[in-house]
Design a protein around this ligand. Sequence first.
Ligand code: BJW
Ligand code: ZN
Length: 259
Amino acid sequence: MSNESHISLPTELVALLRDARRIAVLTGAGVSAESGIPTFRDALTGYWSKFRPEELATPEAFAADPAKVARWYDERRRLCLACEPNAGHRALAAMQRHARAGGRRFELITQNIDRLHQAAGGDDVIELHGTLLAWRCTACGESCEERGPAFETYPPACVACGQARRPSVVWFGEVLPAEALQRAAEAAMACDVFLSIGTSGVVYPAAGLIDAALAGGARVVEINVEPTANSARYDFSIQGPAGVVLPMLAREMGVESEV
Ligand code: BJW
Ligand code: ZN
């Protein structure tokens, strides 16, 4: 299922999105898959089909082998920098501009650390799991954006104090950035429509945002290439690639975009 001919968008869904005063969108790795960035849990291509998360994506893993973990994240950092946003990222940015031009709110919440929403023109993106493009010192907290070639040493050293730096991402067992989480929870609670796109919806607390949305009375929509464990909870579950479904939705909503 990869082109528009297999996908139909319910007219009720299009009307719902067109009329919403406030939309909150939660995205996951599936939104960047068509840009060439692997997801985590897809059976053949996901990172966790090749690596054990507890050996790479936990503070304990970094403490045990900082060079190995930093090298793996640096490879992923360079992959993100080499990848372009896709039609799904661009459609979301266009929907956000359109909503705001009409005096409506459109909050873009992401679990992704690749900054591709921002590269597509997404504004004020709420990053729940941090970003791979910033690395911070484990001792003094100094942080800087890293858009250059591979680091010379692993882990890279802090320019201020010489101690090890780590990617500014959120590993398992770590708390999410408080302001991002609070803004995401507020947006989910107060929105009319909540869209969950390209996420398996198993990692908390992001996976709990649908509960906040439902508690606040929102209609909830899922877009994914396959059904997820939570599909039955959604009012609309659209099956198809985000890079195909989102431009279709934007067009149906009358959003002017170059997607
Ligand atoms: C497409 C597509 C296409 C493909 N189009 N779709 C409550 C209950 C149970 C457990 C917990 C809980 N609270 C906390 C926990 C523990 C833990 C957790 O949730 N564990 C679960 C796995 C059970 N959570 C945490 O540890 C979090 N911290 C926390 O809660 O702190 C508070 C606390 C601390 C200490 C004690 C107590 C409380 C932190 C979670 C951090 C997650 N970090 C990662 C790694 C980031 C760095 C890195 O990149 O390496 O974030 S894990 C990984 O999963 C990454 C992602 O952001 C996250 C979500 O994955 P996502 O985006 O959904 O990707 P996939 O691969 O799972 O799914 C992709 C989907 O796309 C699939 O459905 C495809 O079908 C679809 N798809 N192509 C549309 N083209
Ligand atoms: Zn330092």
